[in-house]
Structure formats: C-alpha cells, structure tokens
Design a protein around this ligand. Structure first.
Ligand code: DNO
Length: 356
C-alpha cells in the first residue's frame, strides 16, 4: 500500500508540495491537469511538467484523478467517437509519463453531490453533508449552494462553464436510463481498454456519490451487484475500480470489507479513497466526519483489515477532511484534517503489519 494525497496543482491549491512532503508516510501525489476542458487531449509536455514538479518534492505521481468523461460519451451521442479518440490519446500520454492508474467516474451531469459544504459539528469543526430533502429542490439551487459556499474554489466536477448549461444537459440526458447509461459505459470501455492494456494503465471507476438516483438521473456504480455488471462488460483487469469507502458507505446496505474481499483479489482495485461518514437519521442523510471509526458510522479498522488481508498494493488516499484549526480552503480538501486522517490510517496499517 502506498499513501497518497490529492493535490490541485500550484495554480489551484493553497497547499504546497512541500507541505505534503511533511505529512509522515506520504509517498504519492494524486494529481491532474485542471485547466484542460473535459473531452480534450491532455498534452504530454504538461503531464511531464507536473510529474517533474511532484518528483522534485521527492514524491511519486502514478495516479491521476480524474480524467473526466465528456457528457456526449455518457449520453451516447454520435460525437462521442471524437471524444473517445481524445481519451485514448490522453491515456497514451499519461502512460508515457509513468502514470499507471486513471480514476474517472460515469455520473451524469454532476460529479459528487453535497447539500451543505459547511455543516457544523459539535466540536466546532465543519464538514460536508447531504440531506435528501434538499435534493427535492431544483438542481439550480444546489449549484448555487455549491458555487457560493466553496470559499472561491472550484470543487472537482463542478466546473462553472459546464454547469452554466445545466438545463441543456438535463434535456440531453432525457432518454438515458440506467440500461442506456450502462450500454454507453460498455461502448466506452470496449474502445479504451485495449489501449490501456497496450500501455499498462488501469482504469479505476469511482462510485456514484451518493450511490442513489438524484434528480431523476441514472446511476450505475452503487453497490457490489453494479460492480459485477461492470466487470462483465469487459473482464480485462484494466477495467478496474476506485473503492471510495465514503461513497459506498453512504448506503448502509453496502458491506465495504466484503466488496474489498471480492475485487482486490481480482487485481481490480488500484486505488482507494478512505473516508468516514456519520448517518444523521435512517433516511440516509449524513455528514462527513473525521476518519476515526468512533467519529462516524463506518468501521475503518475492518476496512483497513480487509485491504491488508487481501494484499492491497495500490495507492490509498484520505478523502475529504473537515475544516479545523481555522483553515478555510477548498471544502473537503484542506491540509490539516486530511493529514490527521493519514496518520490514523498509517497507524492502523502498522498495527496490521505487525500483527500478521
Ligand atoms: C470528490 C471526489 C470526486 C472524484 C471523482 C472521480 O471529492 O471524490 O470528485 O474525484 O468522482 O472521477
């Protein structure tokens, strides 16, 4: 297992590589090119520049999060072939720079959805939260909520240029149900997996967050059954998953250690997001919490134990942190609470190593 930390780049992140270097046990920076419009090719020279920057801080860069998928691919428009060709070229360019894992998601229109970015916890910290009654409102209200409360940062997947077209996007997805969306993922995988195999890159699909239907849009990676269906689309191990404990854990029916025990031994999990959440009621409303098991509803020890037992050898990163100690950065992506998360996860791992 190698510990990683997500970074938005020197232009987009208030956290410096030198800060990340000081978190004990971090080896990897999970990065991306954030200024390339979705659907365009990531130029090799820019990828190499990012790699050199990261390596100059004595950290590694082998996981990209994310190369996002153009909506035309998810909708299944004829124009998708052009975007798929671009994606194939991006895979080749990333591989040439030593990237081994590409995280992506197949969520229509919205990436992850939260209804409150500054939910106050009893200890005075703030966390991200999701309340179901809020998504009964118009999508536009949620967009305003996110855009107005992100401390001036753009949240991943919430690019204002794209969301300015949200009504057109909803119209374009009108005929796309779960079956159609799955068929469109299948088409995409058939086109890119051979390229991944050729250049030894593994795709790592991120779960739908939250793992339930929102605004009438279909969802295809919510649970173990969905994962089996995705494997059946293309059995190559290049067709892999990101296991995000928070996203999957937002459905209390999901048994995350069981999911780990199913897919890690298949060699299909190069990347893990470790995060805890706390349910606020039995409707599935939740807020995010500190990583510690006792602070949330997930058993983080059982999760790390399953990873350890199955010989997980990929990259794991702490996921969203709370805002603590007066930090007010990109919501979910401050330095302090994610660094505490790393220290905790490393502690669990050391104990598991020594016990075995
Ligand atoms: C949110 C992240 C997601 C994730 C994408 C992967 O904080 O977990 O934005 O990066 O869904 O494509």
């Amino acid at each position: 297992m190698e510990m990683g930390f997500r970074w938005y780049g020197s232009q987009n992140d208030q956290i410096h590589l030198a800060d990340i270097r000081q978190i004990p046990g971090v080896r990897q920076v999970v990065g991306a090119l954030f200024d390339i419009p979705v659907g365009e090719v990531w130029p090799e020279d820019q990828i190499i520049r990012l790699k050199h920057q990261i390596e100059a801080a004595e950290l590694k860069f082998t996981v990209v999060e994310s190369v996002n998928i153009h909506d035309d691919i998810k909708i299944g428009l004829p124009s998708r072939d052009r975007y798929i060709e671009n994606y194939q070229q991006t895979i080749r360019n990333l591989a040439a720079a030593g990237v081994r894992t590409i995280c992506y998601n197949f969520m229509p229109i919205f990436d992850w959805v939260r209804t409150n970015l500054h939910f106050s916890l009893a200890d005075g910290s703030q966390a991200l939260a999701f309340e179901h009654r809020q998504v009964q409102r118009q999508p536009q209200d949620i967009i305003h909520e996110i855009e107005n409360n992100a401390n001036g940062f753009v949240l991943p997947g919430w690019e204002p240029e794209r969301l300015a077209q949200v009504q057109q996007l909803f119209d374009a997805y009108a005929g796309v149900d779960e079956t159609q969306l799955a068929a469109n993922l299948n088409y995409f995988l058939d086109a890119i997996i051979p390229v991944c195999e050729e250049c030894h890159v593994q795709m790592a699909l991120h779960p739908d967050d939250p793992p339930r239907e929102l605004f009438g849009l279909p969802r295809i990676y919510k649970n173990l059954a969905d994962m089996n269906r995705i494997v059946a689309m293309n059995p190559s191990t290049a067709n892999g998953f990101t296991i995000c404990t928070g996203s999957l854990g937002e459905n209390p029916q999901n048994d995350i250690p069981a999911i780990i025990r199913e897919f890690v031994p298949q060699g299909r999990v190069p990347f893990v997001h470790a995060r805890n959440i706390k349910f606020m009621n039995d409707q599935g409303d939740f807020h995010e919490s500190a990583h510690l098991s006792s602070m949330g509803s997930l058993d983080m020890f059982a999760i790390m134990q399953a990873l350890h037992e199955t010989g997980f050898s990929g990259v794991i990163r702490p996921d969203h942190g709370r805002d603590i100690w007066h930090e007010s950065g990109r919501p979910g992506y401050g330095l302090y609470d994610r660094a505490l998360g790393i220290t905790y996860l490393n502690g669990l791992w050391e104990a598991l190593e020594k016990q075995s």
